[in-house]
Design a protein around this ligand. Structure first.
Ligand code: NOJ
Length: 594
């Protein structure tokens, strides 16, 4: 099984919680100015009461990596018109919103996460007219468009940074994090970039170092500067004015750093790049992050249609995750649950624990689950056992699409795409793969082109050279083939999404875990809010057949049997007795009970 490559603490050895956090002692002028720059006061805050009506609570969200989804002009790189041409497919799948990873002008060092202009479209993806067309066509199909907002850093080619690095007295100098070295040739402290080696880069022209949490080509913005905040909130308004339905916030827990530049504590061992491991204690999750999240929320709440904020915040535990909702549900509506995403083993006990924790989060916030994204190996490889992968793919799909959490898919997971990393270092596109080879092969493997059909390059492009090679598996796994096979993974996803939409219990029902009296069987009930049919989900997370007996009387379920709505492997649709439910190895049962 391939290793997970997340940018969370676990992946880099940063295992400890952010502990004692130091107060920022910047000049009062900046602090006061930041307060004064409060966003739109007319903003309407969302209350707990209103949460049930929110579209994002019921939405199925689909992440698109635009370079890899569909190329429309034959240059080997996916683009906006390509996405537009596939909207009918997404509609048919049952998607309510698409999150598109960055499409702004960028040198593409980090494939769009290094932004050189926040309010334009990179010509390789199309034009602003193409973007508007996409939003319009998506809207015509009831599909919302969610943008990726990258607030922590810009590209080093962004005009703000070009100015900032031009002289120590440039008005934009303070827009980034500049510091003197400890001594000649020595960085200010021991902080490490998540992408390897020192997080400080020396700038010979001005004789200072700048801080970059990610690649050196991604200098960190200084969020203590009120002008930066204003400029970034204007970016949000620009896209909201164009009709987007919200934002996925990139790496927001990393917005602030310790102003006293304390060295991070050392941890045992080395990372894939050969650096001594550290705990990113002084650069991650500082309390000031919440001040900014509230301000961002106020900006989006000033717009109609309940725009959503989804945060990439890989919190280590439920306490930290809960904080992201805000004490008055006034920060992030949908913080991504990386704990659930990265269980990385089929452990019914662990999933049950995490689901119960997030269900009971004291803020009353809506959970948000996903298993795949553009930064880590696909689930097929992380959870598959090599024998029952087809079953495991469906079991995870059922878990994703039957809990109360808002589910997010990543393109290709619905057809069972596999991780296909480059075989040779010289083929690697993602810079961390070049730096960390062979321990870290980069993220190309989970970003390969979407597999649409059996034609050349899987129908992704007419170019002979797609930006990443199409995996050989496309001949078996592609949309066209799976659409024609009623038993395919794709059709299983479609059925699940339809059930989620049409069964009131799955759409709106409360959730409670049910004791299956078997450590390997995860079971939960979604209660019908109107007293009709409820939905029972049973997932056998082992390679052994199981027989379980359930008592649902305490849950108010009187019937003795359950009527299968969806099973895998396929089973008879006749009612099964609740006191003797048989589940094959890695079997999935979604059933109606009353
Ligand atoms: C998280 C994004 O998901 C990842 O792809 C990117 O490299 C880093 N943030 C830096 O923006």
């Amino acid at each position: 099984m391939a290793l997970v490559r997340s940018f969370g603490r676990a992946a880099t050895g940063n295992l400890a919680d952010v502990g004692l956090l130091l107060l920022w002692v910047l000049g009062t002028t900046i602090a006061v100015a930041a307060q004064q720059q409060a966003p739109d006061a007319s903003a309407v805050h969302q209350t707990t009461q209103g949460i049930n009506d929110m579209w994002w609570k019921h939405a199925v969200i689909y992440e698109i990596y635009p370079r890899s989804f569909q190329d429309s002009n034959g240059d080997g790189v996916g683009d906006l018109n390509g996405i537009t041409s596939r909207l009918d497919y997404l509609k048919d799948l049952g998607v309510d919103a698409i999150w598109i990873t960055p499409i702004y002008p960028s040198p593409q060092v980090d494939f769009g996460y290094d932004i050189a202009d926040y309010t334009s479209i990179d010509p390789q993806y199309g034009t602003m007219a193409d973007f508007d067309h996409l939003v319009k066509e998506a809207k015509a199909r009831d599909i919302r468009v969610i943008m990726d907002f990258v607030p922590n850093h810009t590209s080093d080619k962004h005009p703000w940074f070009v100015e900032s690095s031009s002289s120590r007295t440039n008005p934009k100098r303070d827009w980034y994090v500049w510091r003197d070295g400890k001594g000649p040739g020595q960085p200010p402290n021991n902080w490490l970039s998540w992408f390897g080696h020192s997080a400080w880069r020396f700038d010979a022209r001005t004789g200072q170092f700048y801080y970059h949490h990610f690649y050196p080509e991604q200098p960190d913005l200084n969020w203590r500067n009120p002008e930066v905040r204003k400029a970034m909130y204007d970016v949000l308004r620009f896209w909201l004015d164009r009709g987007v339905a919200g934002f996925r916030l990139d790496a927001v827990s990393r917005l602030f750093e310790d102003p006293n530049l304390h060295d991070d504590p050392l941890l045992p061992g080395t990372n894939a790049y050969g650096d001594q491991n550290i705990e990113h204690k002084y650069t991650d999750n500082l309390p000031e992050v919440h001040e900014v999240l509230k301000e961002i929320r106020q900006v989006v709440d000033g717009y109609p249609g309940n725009p959503v904020l989804i945060s990439e915040t890989d919190e280590p535990n439920i306490a930290e995750l809960t904080k992201l909702y805000g004490s008055k549900l006034d920060e992030i509506q949908l913080p991504m649950d990386f704990q659930v995403a990265d269980v990385n083993q089929l452990s019914a006990a662990r999933f049950r624990e995490l689901i119960e924790q997030v269900e009971g989060n004291p803020a009353g916030g809506q959970p948000y689950f996903f298993f795949n994204n553009h930064d880590q190996d696909r689930t097929w490889d992380r959870y598959g056992d090599g024998v029952h992968n087809d079953r495991i793919a469906r079991l995870l799909a059922a878990l994703l699409l039957t809990t109360r959490a808002t589910p997010q898919l990543y393109y290709g997971e619905e057809i069972g795409m596999v991780t296909t990393p480059p075989a040779r270092k010289e083929d690697v596109k993602d810079p961390i793969g070049k730096l960390g080879w062979p321990k870290e092969k980069g993220r190309d493997g989970e970003r390969t082109p979407m597999q649409w059909d059996m034609s050349n390059n899987a129908g992704f492009t007419t170019s002979a050279t797609p930006w990443l090679p199409v995996p050989p598996s496309y001949k078996q796994r592609n949309v066209a083939a799976e659409e024609n096979d009623s038993g395919s993974v794709l059709n299983f996803y479609k059925q699940l999404i339809r059930l989620r939409r049409n069964q009131p219990a799955l759409r709106d029902g409360q959730q409670s875990t049910v004791n299956s009296h078997d450590a390997d069987v995860l079971s939960y009930l979604r209660k019908n809010p109107d007293g009709g049919e409820s939905v029972l989900v049973l997932l056998n997370m082992s390679n052994q057949p199981k027989k379980v007996a359930l008592d649902l009387k305490p849950e108010g379920i009187d019937s003795n049997g359950a009527k299968p709505l969806l099973t895998y492997p396929k089973a008879s649709p006749t009612e099964v007795p609740l006191d003797a439910i048989s589940l094959p190895p890695f079997g999935t049962l979604v059933a109606a009970v009353k």
